[in-house]
Every structure is written in structure tokens, then in C-alpha cells.
Write a protein that binds this ligand. Structure first.
Ligand code: KIV
Length: 276
């Protein structure tokens, strides 16, 4: 597979080719999904919930995302790696926004950053793009605003909210973002947004009319059971595999059927005789 760039995203949109994105947070998972041909990897702040066990994404820090981006990058050859900017890393000032995003690119090796929000953060997005940092937008359910939204809810259901989403999407495109994640948006609204844009939309809980799809890897592999949103499809049941493998390991250690001869190392008999 060819190395994916921001231009590939635009080309795929033009050619009506759906774009695939998964989250990953570590080297070995990134390597597996990169080798399987995934086009883009998001080091999402969802790691706060799936990896760190928080209730939401608000406690995730720049250092957390940086640490995991470095690991993902080491496992990735072709996929386009996007680092998610965590809560408060792009809200305080333009200077801090550029410094934090710059670290994800310079130290983490990400090719782009993702920010949640529309017109409220347009100055930050503009500054990042002027600093030559590619930006992926994120509209609809923006989990960092969970306290303002009053929970993890479908967004854009009223006429006013739907119109704002369309306006925000057009604004982000004008500012120069290369793609927009649409999360928990009614499918028909997401289709309208996608049709109005020249840049691709990547949906999560936003239906088939988006130009691509993203899922949180722990959700789609069946590893995260605290909460499963309606839009998740489980492509594997690793929870069952992990539980069974762990039970087998415990049993075999207890009854001494593991380790077997083939798992052990030998020592020279002569050396051994001197040890008794
Ligand atoms: O943090 C994340 O994983 C995300 C996806 C849900 C798009 O933002």
C-alpha cells in the first residue's frame, strides 16, 4: 500500500472511495492494523476511557497523547497518523495551541492533529494551518464538551443545530482542514454535510453517507465493555478470547502442564553437576 497523505484523503473523496480510520494507542496494535491496510490511525483521546480507565476524555493530557502517538508511529509504515488534541490543549491561547500541536508533529511523528469544535475555535485552526500543521475537524458529538452538552447525545437534531453544523463544516473547509470527523449525527444530516463539502467527512455514528468511517478499536474488537454505543459494530470478540486464554493459562500453571519441555532452556550437564 502507498503512504497516505492529506492529498490521498482529498483524492479518495473525489474518486468516491471510502476512507478507513481506526483508533490505536500502542505499537503492536498500530503495526497490525497498518499491515492490514488501514488508511488512517487516530491516536484518540478516547484512550482516556479505553486505556486509562477514566469516565470521560477530560483528564487526558498532552503528555498522554504524545506518549501514545510515539508508540503508534513506531508501528506504522503507511497509514496517516492523527494525534487528537486533548481538552485544554487548544483552548487557552493560539501560542499554546501551536506549541502543543507542534509537539505531536515534531516529537510524536503525527502527520496531523484533530480538534473538536467549529466557529468557537476557528482562530486556533487558522493559526495551526498557517503554521503548516494539517488539521482534521470534529463536529457533532464532541466528547470534550460533555458537561456543556449534558451527556453523550446525538447532535444536530433541531433545525438550528443542524444549520450550525452545516455552517461550521463549511467554515472548517474554508479554513483549510483536510477532513472532518462527524460523530453521532443523524445519518441524513451527515449526508447533506458530506455532499456540501469538497473535503471528506469521516463518520462515527453518522451513517453511510459519510466519505469514510472511524471506530474506536477497543469497541470494534470487543475489548471495551463499560459502554457500547449503538453505532458500534463488533468485528471480533476479543473479550471472550482474552478471558478464555487467561483461564487456560491459570489452569495450566496450576496443574503444571505449562511450561512444557519445548518452552524451556537447557544447561550443560557438566556445569549442572558442579551445582549440586
Ligand atoms: O477520541 C477518539 O477516539 C475520537 C473518535 C471517536 C473519532 O475522537
Amino acid at each position: 500500500m502507498k503512504k497516505i497523505t492529506t492529498q490521498s484523503f482529498l483524492k479518495m473523496k473525489k474518486n468516491n472511495e471510502k476512507i478507513t480510520m481506526l483508533t490505536a494507542y500502542d505499537y503492536s496494535t498500530a503495526k497490525l492494523i497498518d499491515e492490514a491496510g488501514i488508511e488512517s490511525i487516530l491516536v484518540g483521546d478516547s484512550l482516556g476511557m479505553t486505556i486509562l480507565g477514566y469516565d470521560d476524555t477530560l483528564k487526558v493530557t498532552v503528555e498522554d497523547i504524545l506518549h501514545h502517538t510515539k508508540a503508534v508511529k513506531r508501528g506504522t509504515k503507511n497509514a496517516f497518523v492523527i494525534a487528537d488534541m486533548p481538552f485544554l490543549s487548544y483552548h487557552i491561547s493560539i501560542e499554546e495551541t501551536i506549541r502543543n500541536a507542534g509537539r505531536f508533529i515534531q516529537e510524536g511523528g503525527a502527520q496531523a492533529v484533530k480538534l473538536e469544535g467549529g466557529s468557537e475555535i476557528s482562530d486556533k485552526i487558522e493559526a495551526l494551518i498557517n503554521a503548516q500543521i494539517p488539521v482534521c475537524g470534529h463536529l457533532g458529538l464532541t466528547p470534550q464538551s460533555v458537561n456543556m452538552m449534558g451527556g453523550f447525545k446525538v447532535q444536530g437534531k433541531s433545525e438550528e443545530a443542524a444549520k450550525k453544523m452545516i455552517d461550521d463544516a463549511l467554515l472548517l473547509q474554508e479554513l483549510g482542514v483536510f477532513a472532518i470527523v462527524l460523530e453521532c449525527v443523524p445519518a441524513k444530516l451527515a449526508t447533506i454535510v458530506s455532499e456540501k463539502l469538497d473535503i471528506p467527512t469521516i463518520g462515527i455514528g453518522a451513517g453511510n453517507g459519510c466519505d469514510g468511517q472511524v471506530l474506536v478499536i477497543q469497541d470494534m474488537l470487543g475489548m471495551y465493555s463499560d459502554f457500547t454505543p449503538k453505532f458500534v459494530k463488533k468485528y471480533a470478540t476479543l473479550n471472550v478470547d482474552i478471558e478464555n486464554a487467561t483461564k487456560d493459562f491459570i489452569k495450566e500453571v496450576k496443574d503444571m502442564s505449562f511450561p512444557e519441555e519445548k518452552h524451556t532452556f537447557k544447561i550443560d550437564e557438566e556445569v549442572l553437576s558442579k551445582l549440586y
